[in-house]
Design a protein around this ligand. Sequence first.
Ligand SMILES: Nc1ncnc2c1ncn2[C@@H]1O[C@H](COP(=O)(O)OP(=O)(O)OP(=O)(O)O)[C@@H](O)[C@H]1O
Length: 586
Amino acid sequence: MSSRSGDKRVDLWSQIIATESDDQFQHQQTAVVYTRKNPQNETLPTAKHGSSIPKNRVSLAPGKRVSWNRSLFIRGRTSIAVVACDNYGREKEKRIRKNKPPLARAKGVPPQNYEKERAYFQEVDAFELLEESPSPQNKTWVMGTKNCVIPSHVSTVLRKWLSNRSYGPPASLSKILETPELSKDPVHNGALDFYSKNTCSSSLVGSTHRIEEIETEGEKDSEDLGFAIRNLSLSSHDSGLDEQWDPLLDLLKVCGQSSSSTFSNVISEYCDIQSIKKVGEGTYGEVFIAGSIVCKVVPFNGDKLVNGEIQKKAEELLEEVMLSLTLNELRGNDTHTHNVCPTFIQTLSLRVCDGAYDDAMIRAWEEWDKKHVSENDHPIDFAEKQRFVVFVQEHGGQDLESFVLLNFNEARSLLVQVTVALAVAEAAFEFEHRDLHWGNILLSRKGSETLQFILDGKKMHVKTYKLVASIIDFTLSRINTGESILFLDLSLDPGLFEGPKGDKQSETYRKMKQVTEDCWEGSFPKTNVLWLQYLVDILLQKKDYDRTSKDERELRSFKKRLNGYESAKESVVDPFFSDLIVVSDI
Ligand SMILES: Nc1ncnc2c1ncn2[C@@H]1O[C@H](COP(=O)(O)OP(=O)(O)OP(=O)(O)O)[C@@H](O)[C@H]1O
């Protein structure tokens, strides 16, 4: 029965609901703030149920797009990858301080110990084998350190990325695996040259040459993998002049390239470039379908504003790449079997491209613009020398905002998949998504009746009702890779917490702030629970599908019980999911 028809039965559920104090489901007028603005409109996104958002509640970007959370990319990213390098830190500070209060270290951060950290990372690099998942003692609070440690993380991510070959690492990187001489006699392969280089830049140049050499070499020998990657990382890590670290070179390494590629080269690996179509757009990302995969194209390092925003830096992209690759590990392989889930969008390949958009991409962009009215700048405006990262991902379907749910079972299926996925990622990497709005959940109808997850070694078969959810956009996410904690310091973006009162998304950011006490590097899995509560609200207030009043009461009761859980992992055992999850030992 549809919710609109009103189920008049009085039962236990009505009593439960009567006791719910915070249930705020009086269909109050709310606005989902990230909703795109039609450039022609004068007002900000209009609430589906009525009022428009007052302009003064929103920090307006100077460009075409208006979204108060979009500039987060360029503010406050104070993680190991960004602040670690002094040069960049200074540049970033300038940008932030223009409009923002002075940078402040978040509360509760343990004092830095550079020597300890250096020793730690040297130790990490000394190991060939990796831990399956991070342990608490691996936490490294490195904000503000002068030591440029990114290469060691790149090396780890690379090792994992490469060792999981079923995920299709970039072809050139695969060839690193194919270098039998490397492990047999490193000295004669010139490998030690990397270690003896005195400057970061020269050693990185050396390693770049090495990639080229490697690419010309032959046969497979997976034992060489660890060695080859250590070569790539230690060259810069051992350097005393880390300030000269060039993140672009590391980004190229992660993408398996010695130099930039072109769009036509990359896209033609997946389809005839003439057949590409644009499928979506984000703050910086233009997303295209190429055959069966999607390419998210993100400009970086350029001087030109993109959609009114300063472009991301290579180090920011490097971090996003590391997050994506770390989450890839949850897809399971021979060495990662303790926590497995298929829900985080799979990154299939990564490429750095140079130059203007290809004509076919421009055409695809314009076609999409005609239909949907893009909020982004026309890509023809990009400079000839513009750099981009292309995230090649699996196609996850349509976002929850536009997807038409059919019935309550589909809504439950969405909730259980997201909850279990968050639980698995919490268990593996202390992961918090921190921005799980309805644009960041993709849905598609696929054949399988159940999906398999593994949570702390327990196999779970989750009922799908043939709906498959995928989680995207890890920009605000926090993760402990086992070597470092990647996070975005949201305390540097007060605008994020100034969204409209009563708007569920805005309220969720504010609740996260309360939970974290504005200390964003810490682990607060409760933030995942807050987004689950947001999703319940969305399913009750924003989505139409076939459901009864009893179904709605179930959702409200579930939301209320979520108050009592401190993590997605705790939420998994809620009775709401009891008939959706079958647990078995592996
Ligand atoms: N893997 C994917 N499969 C299908 N569609 C996708 C995929 N990734 C992104 N999209 C589409 O493109 C849109 C923008 O993607 P995404 O949110 O990743 O970009 P972004 O630049 O990070 O956005 P934001 O403005 O949230 O920062 C999504 O809302 C979705 O519609």
